[in-house]
Write a protein that binds this ligand. Structure first.
Ligand code: ZN
Ligand code: ZN
Length: 447
C-alpha cells in the first residue's frame, strides 16, 4: 500500500505507480530535477512539460519528456563526479510511459526523501552553495567538506531536512553515517563482474548485481584500496575499473577455496545412489489424466537442463505413458520458438529409469552446437564464448523433480571438469616456459 499525504489521496482514482529517483536541491530547500533543474513545487503535484515541443502533452512516446523514475535506483552522477544530494521514492500518475528500467510520467509527487553527502553518499552534515549551478545547494559530510575546493557552507543539514519535510509533508531521512561493511563475497561478486565484462563502472554494479546497490561506492573504494581493481578509463561521465593482476589471482584463489569447500560438503553427504529409481512417474496423475496425456501424446517432464536463466534454450527429458512401457524423448528448444526432438537412448523401458540410466540417456543426446548436453556446453562456453572455467561451469541449471540427486551428480562432474581444465592450463603454461627457456639457451649457445 502507498501512504500518501492526505491532499494527494483525492487525486488518484487508482493506485499510483511507485518508482525511485534522485533530486538536486535548490537553495530555497526544494527538490529539483537533476537534468531539467526545474523546481518541484511544495505541496502540489509536479506536472511534466516538454521543453522541446511545448505543444504536445508530456510524456510523448517518441520524445524524452516526462518525469522520470526507475524501478530500482540506478543512480546518476553529475559531470563533476558528484551525486544528487537527495534520492527517494515518488508516486507517478496521469499519462505514464513504461520503459525497461522505469517510467516517464505526467504527474509525480515525492513519497519519501533521503539526503546524502554528494561526494561519498554517507550522512551529510552541511549544505554548501554549489560552485557551478546557480541557486543549487549540495550536501556534504564533514570529511568531504574538508576536502572540497573553496566550500561555502550555508546551513546545517537539519534545517534543510526540516524545510523539505514541511514543504512536501513526507518523511525525510538521512543516509547511514557509516560506510556499509564490505565482505569477501561482495568483493568476489565485483571481481566476477569486472572479469566477465572486462571493465566495470559504478552503474554496472547498480545494474547487474543484487544486494550491492547500497554498497557500490564503498565496494569500489575497498577493492581499489586492496589493489584488486584499478581505474582504467572513462565511459561517459563514469570512471571504469579493470581487474589488476593481483585481483585476478585473488579471485582465482577464492574460487578455488569455494570449490574445495563444496567438495568437502558434498563428501560429507555420502555417495550418490546411482541405482536410485523412482517408483513411478505418474504418482500425481489420475487414470483419467494418464489416458488424456497418452491420447494427446504428451509426456511428464523428468529432467530439464536450462542453458540460460533468462530465455535461452532448454533440454527437457520427458516420460510418455504407454500401456506396456514408458517412452522417453528429449526435446530441445528456445522458449517460445518451438521444440525439436533429439535422439536419445534408452528410448523406452518397462519401469522408471534408475539415476544411472537417466544420466546415460542425457549423455546420449547430441545438442546442436555443443554436442554433449552438459560437459559439451561447458567446453563450448570456454572455446566459443571466451568464458573462463568458473563462469563456464555456472550453467546449465539442471533440475529434476523425480531424481533429487541429479543436480548433485552434475555438480560433482563440474568440479572434476574444472580441476582437469586448470591442470591442463598449468601444464600448458609450464610447457610454454620450458620452450622459452630452451629457445633462450639455444640462442645463447649459438652466440
Ligand atoms: Zn516531448
Ligand atoms: Zn562525504
Amino acid at each position: 500500500m502507498v501512504i500518501l499525504p492526505s491532499f494527494l489521496e483525492r487525486v488518484f482514482t487508482t493506485e499510483p505507480i511507485v518508482g525511485h529517483r534522485e533530486w538536486d536541491l535548490t537553495h530555497s530547500h526544494r527538490l529539483a530535477g537533476i537534468v531539467s533543474r526545474a523546481e518541484w513545487p511544495a505541496g502540489e503535484a509536479v506536472r511534466a512539460r516538454c521543453s522541446e515541443h511545448p505543444e504536445h502533452r508530456a510524456p510523448e512516446p517518441d520524445c524524452d519528456c516526462g518525469l522520470y523514475a526507475e524501478r530500482e535506483l540506478i543512480g546518476w552522477k553529475h559531470p563533476d563526479g558528484r551525486l544528487p544530494s537527495a534520492y527517494g521514492t515518488v508516486a507517478l500518475w496521469g499519462r505514464v510511459i513504461e520503459h525497461e528500467n522505469g517510467w516517464r510520467a505526467e504527474y509525480a509527487y515525492p513519497l519519501e526523501i533521503s539526503l546524502r553527502c554528494a561526494d561519498c553518499g554517507l550522512r551529510p552534515t552541511v549544505a554548501i552553495l554549489h560552485a557551478t549551478w546557480d541557486g543549487q545547494i549540495t550536501l556534504l559530510c564533514d570529511r568531504c567538506l574538508a576536502e572540497a575546493p573553496t566550500p561555502r557552507a550555508t546551513t546545517g543539514v537539519a534545517e534543510v531536512r526540516d524545510e523539505l519535510s514541511r514543504a512536501y509533508a513526507v518523511p525525510v531521512r538521512l543516509a547511514a553515517a557509516e560506510p556499509p561493511a564490505i565482505s569477501e563475497d561482495d568483493l568476489l561478486q565485483l571481481l566476477d563482474l569486472a572479469h566477465l565484462r572486462g571493465l566495470v563502472s559504478f552503474r554496472d554494479i547498480l545494474r547487474r548485481t543484487v544486494g550491492l546497490r547500497e554498497k557500490a561506492w564503498a565496494l569500489l573504494d575497498r577493492a581499489q584500496e586492496l589493489g584488486l581493481v584499478e581505474a582504467r578509463g572513462r565511459s561517459g561521465v563514469e570512471t571504469t575499473f579493470g581487474l589488476t593482476r593481483r585481483g585476478e589471482k585473488w579471485r582465482d584463489r577464492k574460487k578455488e577455496e569455494a570449490l574445495r569447500k563444496e567438495e568437502r560438503e558434498d563428501r560429507a553427504k555420502g555417495p550418490i545412489d546411482m541405482d536410485f529409481r523412482p517408483p513411478t512417474y505418474w504418482s500425481d496423475l489420475s487414470e483419467e489424466d494418464l489416458r488424456l496425456l497418452a491420447e494427446e501424446d504428451r509426456g511428464v517432464e523428468i529432467a530439464s537442463i536450462d542453458y540460460d536463466p533468462l530465455d535461452g534454450p532448454v533440454l527437457t527429458v520427458e516420460a510418455v505413458f504407454r500401456e506396456e512401457w514408458i517412452e522417453y524423448r528429449a526435446l530441445f528448444g528456445g522458449q517460445g520458438d518451438g521444440e525439436e526432438e533429439l535422439e536419445a537412448t534408452p528410448s523406452r523401458s518397462r519401469r522408471p529409469l534408475s539415476l544411472r540410466e537417466l544420466v546415460q540417456l542425457i549423455e546420449s543426446v547430441y545438442v546442436p552446437d555443443w554436442g554433449s548436453p552438459v560437459e559439451g556446453y561447458w567446453e563450448w562456453q570456454m572455446d566459443e564464448e571466451g568464458l573462463d572455467v568458473w563462469e563456464a561451469v555456472a550453467l546449465p541449471w539442471i533440475r529434476s523433480e523425480f531424481y533429487p540427486e541429479l543436480p548433485r551428480y552434475y555438480a560433482r562432474r563440474g568440479r572434476r571438469w574444472v580441476a582437469r581444465k586448470r591442470r591442463e592450463a598449468l601444464e600448458r603454461e609450464r610447457r610454454a616456459r620450458r620452450e622459452k627457456r630452451a629457445a633462450t639457451r639455444s640462442r645463447a649457445s649459438r652466440g
